[in-house]
Structures are given as structure tokens and as C-alpha cells.
Design a protein around this ligand. Structure first.
Ligand SMILES: [Zn+2]
Length: 337
């Protein structure tokens, strides 16, 4: 079968591979759509930490089951699924606590192991989440939405609270759409005017603010009737933005870092104490989040249609990947297999 492999930073190559064979407990799946993620773009540019080449990318997958043994979930050949790409050790302490998303020996399919830029792969049966009512394109977006959703879940945001989401790339958009579906007041901060108009006009976010405006804090206070947001979620991974969250959260508030910074951040401890803030990291997502997000996409409370701005055929990846991911109007690119 024809597989697209990232040979070295900047170079994809088509290689010929054997079709995989299934081990007990695994399903053979056909890849139908692949979402292109920031991780893939970083790996392509050689900027992804702890990353080995060559590597077959692809972890945001809309797939169809080809072969599977009888199983507890009742999954059958022909079923359409989203793949939870977090390969965990079920016996690890974190997994036993229900935190398979941050297992000690976690490997992400398509990042730490070879992923889905090819016609067929095998995956553990319990990593498949069925949703025959969704399109393959919607199924390929589930994982991204889950990451933002998990961040909001970590904060335990309620419908009576305000959340400020910093960064409105695909992960921020997932957080925005989930927070809106809860009925909470959502404020988005970004420095890109294009992304802010997208949030305002397409996603219908009531408050989309330029985060580098000199009166940003004043605008926040006005929206929050004099206070500050109870929850501040950072989806930028930018040091300045992350450090600033401590000033933007209300007294008694919660801060969630979904974006990852390769380095250290500093904050003023007296400010952290005075406000009795809670700081949380958010990594990947749990199987329950996949189920919740699939239900929200199926019932229309999360609409993925506006997200997809570019599509490319898998055979065109070596030629067109760089150009596609460099487009200024890119929100999400989908690879069609
Ligand atoms: Zn991703």
C-alpha cells in the first residue's frame, strides 16, 4: 500500500508498505479522512520536541472498520469511527485512576508511533469511538474538539460563569464551542483580527477581543460587570499569554493551560495567593470526552462545518502540504484518503 512518510523536516515521501496484520484485541481500519494538526506542522518544520524521523504522521482520524473480532462495544466491519490516538498502558497508576489521557507511558499515535497517513492501520479496539451518523470529516475533527473540551471540563466551568479563552486556533475553537454549548458567557482573546472576525461572524462568539489592545483588561471588566472571568483558559502556548492569565482571572478563579510551552513560566506568588487561584494543566482527553463531543457534534450543538478551510488528497501531501499549511486563512486542513 502507498504510505506517506515524513522523512526529515520539510520532506514527505511516498513509500510502499505491506498491509498491516491484526493482533488479538486490535481492529484493522481503513483511513478515510485525516485532520492536519499543529503538531503535524511543527513536526514538518522540525520544531516538535521529542520527535523522531522518519515518521508516518496522522492522529486526527475518521475511519471505517474493516476487520474486528467480536467485542464488548458491538463494533462491526463497516462502522464509522473516530480514533482516540492516546495509546496508554491500562495497568499504569494514572490509567487505573481513569486518567488514560496522561498515562506515564503514553504514546500518541502519529506522533510517537507511526500514524494514519496510509490506507490501513491497526488500533486497539477500545480506541475506536463509533458514530455512524457523522461524516468521516466530522469524525476526523473529534479529537481536536476533545482537547479544547477537556480543558474546559478541567475548569469545571458552570453556565453562570464567564470563561476567557486566549487563542482561537483549532484547540481554542474546540474550547469555545464546548463552553458556548454549556451556556456560559464566553470571551475570546486573540491577536489575529482574522481569527477574531471568524469567531464573531461564523462561530457567533458574543465577545471577541483583541488581546493586545491597551484597554483589554478594561474591556474584560466591562463585560464581567466590574469583575474578571472566573476561568481563564490559555490555548496559545505563548509564554507572555500564559503568564498574563494570573492577572486576568478573578479572585478565587481557575486557570487552565491547554497550550504547551517548551520552557518555564514565572508568576508573582503574592498575586497568586491573594486571589487563591487554581492552576491546572490539561493534556489530551479521556474516552468519556470523546463520547460527549461525538454526541454534541451529532445533535448540532457543536458545528464543525466552518472549521474546514482546506482539503488535499493524500497523494498530494508531498507536493502541497507546505503551501497548504502556510495559507494565512488556514483554520483546519483535511487530508482525503
Ligand atoms: Zn492534534
Amino acid at each position: 500500500m502507498k504510505t506517506i512518510q515524513l522523512e526529515t523536516p520539510g520532506t514527505f515521501k511516498e513509500i510502499e508498505e505491506q498491509e498491516p496484520t491484526r493482533k488479538p484485541g486490535e481492529a484493522l481500519i481503513r483511513i478515510r479522512r485525516i485532520g492536519v494538526c499543529g503538531t503535524d506542522i511543527h513536526a514538518f518544520h522540525g520544531r516538535q520536541p521529542f520527535f523522531d524521523y522518519p515518521r508516518i504522521l496522522g492522529h486526527e482520524l475518521g475511519v471505517e472498520i474493516v476487520e474486528i473480532d467480536e467485542n464488548d462495544q458491538g463494533l462491526k466491519p463497516g462502522d464509522k469511527c473516530s480514533v482516540e490516538p492516546y495509546l496508554n498502558d491500562p495497568d499504569s497508576a494514572a490509567s487505573r485512576m481513569g486518567k488514560s489521557n496522561c498515562c506515564e507511558s503514553l504514546q500518541c499515535l502519529g506522533v510517537h508511533t507511526d500514524g494514519g497517513m496510509r490506507p490501513f492501520i491497526t488500533v486497539p479496539i477500545n480506541k475506536l469511538h463509533r458514530a455512524n451518523e457523522l461524516s468521516f470529516e466530522q469524525l476526523a475533527l473529534i479529537e481536536t474538539i476533545c482537547i479544547g473540551t477537556h480543558g474546559v471540563e478541567r475548569s469545571q466551568l458552570t453556565k453562570d460563569e464567564t470563561i476567557l479563552i486566549l487563542g482561537s486556533g483549532p484547540i481554542g475553537l474546540g474550547a469555545i464551542q464546548y463552553a458556548l454549548s454549556l451556556g456560559s458567557r464566553v470571551i475570546v482573546g486573540d491577536i489575529s483580527e482574522e481569527r477574531l472576525s471568524f469567531c464573531r461572524d461564523v462561530i457567533k462568539v458574543p465577545h471577541a477581543l483583541k488581546a493586545d489592545a491597551p484597554d483589554f483588561e478594561e474591556q474584560l471588566k466591562k463585560i464581567c460587570e466590574g469583575g474578571l472571568p472566573q476561568v481563564v483558559l490559555d490555548a496559545t502556548g505563548n509564554r507572555f499569554s500564559m503568564q498574563r492569565t494570573f492577572d486576568l482571572a478573578a479572585h478565587g478563579g481557575r486557570i487552565v493551560f491547554v497550550g504547551l510551552l517548551k520552557g518555564e513560566i514565572a508568576f508573582d506568588d503574592p498575586n497568586f495567593h491573594r486571589k487563591e487561584l487554581t492552576l491546572m494543566a490539561s493534556r489530551n482527553a479521556t474516552p468519556d470526552t470523546f463520547k460527549k463531543v461525538i454526541a454534541a457534534v451529532a445533535n448540532g450543538s457543536i458545528d464543525t462545518k466552518p472549521w474546514i478551510t482546506h482539503r488535499i488528497g493524500i497523494q498530494d501531501v508531498p507536493e502541497k502540504f507546505q503551501e497548504t499549511v502556510s495559507r494565512p486563512d488556514l483554520i483546519k486542513a483535511i487530508i482525503e484518503v
